[in-house]
Design a protein around this ligand. Structure first.
Ligand code: NI
Length: 387
């Protein structure tokens, strides 16, 4: 079964919405123009309810099927852009220097709008479809803000689905997997306070540089000696700051870095072992340690039944052989994870073809993906809640 004919017929119109959003990127929660356009279009399509201001600037549209039903299927798109200076040279390139849609959220928003238009027009399902447009995916936690605003309860959402484009996966292919698909992304800071001294009189110091070097080595044992070798984890120290002169032992040193994990028990283990190692090594040398470990977006974990269901809906559009159900997880992070913690559901990648990578100044969403992505949303709703 190919793409839905009715959707193919207005794909060019959706592409025009996409290029308009692309030319007017907005960051974080400040997506007022975008959210305004989304709300206005949802109303013009005849959605039964359009609610703005959820999770600050999020928008939700409700479309009831031609028959009643218990299921309420949530579908989510992200609206925010990135603080990157665009280098695509496209006629519809960003009109705002230093901001661009370099992650394809313009495409995600337009495709979900297209699905809303189709679903409001056809209503060929028994139940309720809820389209979710979130701000601040790129680090601001807009997905969490919408969940914390009570979105799931307010609209009675029973399952939730998300989609992201993937550069270098061919157009017409999908990829996903049950279980962890994207990592939890945490950051840490270690501040060490020793005692500064003349470099020629080390016996008078508590040497934070030497302590730092021991810490770096010891922390590498966490992934190699504490984490199960069949699990995945990254512990990267990315910043070291200490000292200003060749003849002074510095009083303080700071280390920063990131931890990526696909499993909460591994995440807990790493935080605990890091705390022990930092405190242990610093106290061994009579230095003071201040360790902060900040948890970012949690693991994006697909629920099994919904994953197979999503794969089937995608297979109905592009053919089962074009849906990779064993896609390798990535150590990047995604705040749809908060929605998957609140309700069962699945996140799927759709091929963006031969393009620059996500977050690259030359990246552009591929408009050929539009009929495929919109048809996926339509089939997902129609097969989850057959009329
Ligand atoms: Ni993105």
């Amino acid at each position: 079964m190919p793409v839905v004919n009715r959707i193919a017929a207005f794909s060019e119109e959706i592409a025009e919405w996409r290029r308009d959003l692309h030319a007017h990127p907005e960051l974080d929660y400040d997506v007022h123009r975008t959210a305004g356009i989304v709300a206005e279009k949802l109303k013009s399509f005849g959605c039964d309810e359009v609610v703005t201001g959820i999770g600050r600037t999020g928008v939700v549209g409700v479309i009831r099927g031609s028959k009643p039903g218990d299921k309420v299927i949530g579908m989510r798109a992200d609206m925010d852009a990135l603080p990157i200076h665009e280098a695509t040279n496209k006629p519809y390139a960003s009109k705002t220097p230093g901001k661009m849609h370099a992650c394809g959220h313009d495409g995600h928003t337009s495709m979900l709008l297209g699905a809303a238009k189709y679903l409001a027009e056809t209503r060929n399902f028994a139940g309720t479809a809820v389209v979710i447009f979130q701000p601040a995916e790129e680090g601001g936690g807009g997905g969490r803000a919408m969940v914390e605003d009570g979105m799931m309860e307010r609209f009675g959402i029973t399952e939730v689905y998300g989609m992201h484009n993937m550069p270098n996966m061919p157009v017409g292919q999908f990829g996903l997997r049950p279980g962890p698909l994207m990592a939890a992304a945490d950051r840490f800071t270690i501040e060490i306070e020793g005692r500064g001294a003349h470099a020629a009189q080390p016996h008078g110091s508590i040497d934070t540089v030497m302590i730092t070097s021991q810490l770096i080595t010891a922390l590498q044992s966490v992934v190699s000696r504490n984490v199960d070798p069949l699990e995945s984890a990254v512990l990267s120290i990315t910043l070291i700051r200490a000292g200003d002169a060749f003849n002074v032992l510095p009083q303080t040193a700071t280390l920063k870095g990131t931890v990526r994990t696909l499993n909460k028990s591994v995440q807990d283990l790493i935080e605990r072992r890091m705390t022990d190692i930092v405190n242990g090594i610093c106290s061994m040398h009579e230095a003071k340690a201040h360790f902060t470990y900040d948890r970012g977006y949690p693991v994006t974990r697909n629920h099994e039944a919904q994953t197979y269901f999503a794969a089937k809906a995608a297979g109905a559009i592009v053919g089962e052989d074009k849906v990779d159900l064993t896609l390798a997880p990535t150590m990047g992070a995604e705040d749809f994870s908060y929605m998957l913690e609140a309700r069962p559901g699945a996140f799927i990648f759709v091929g963006n073809g031969d393009s620059a990578g996500l977050h690259h100044p030359a990246y552009d969403f591929n408009d050929q993906v539009i009929p495929i992505g919109v048809s996926y949303w339509a089939r997902l709703v129609e097969s989850a809640m057959p009329a």
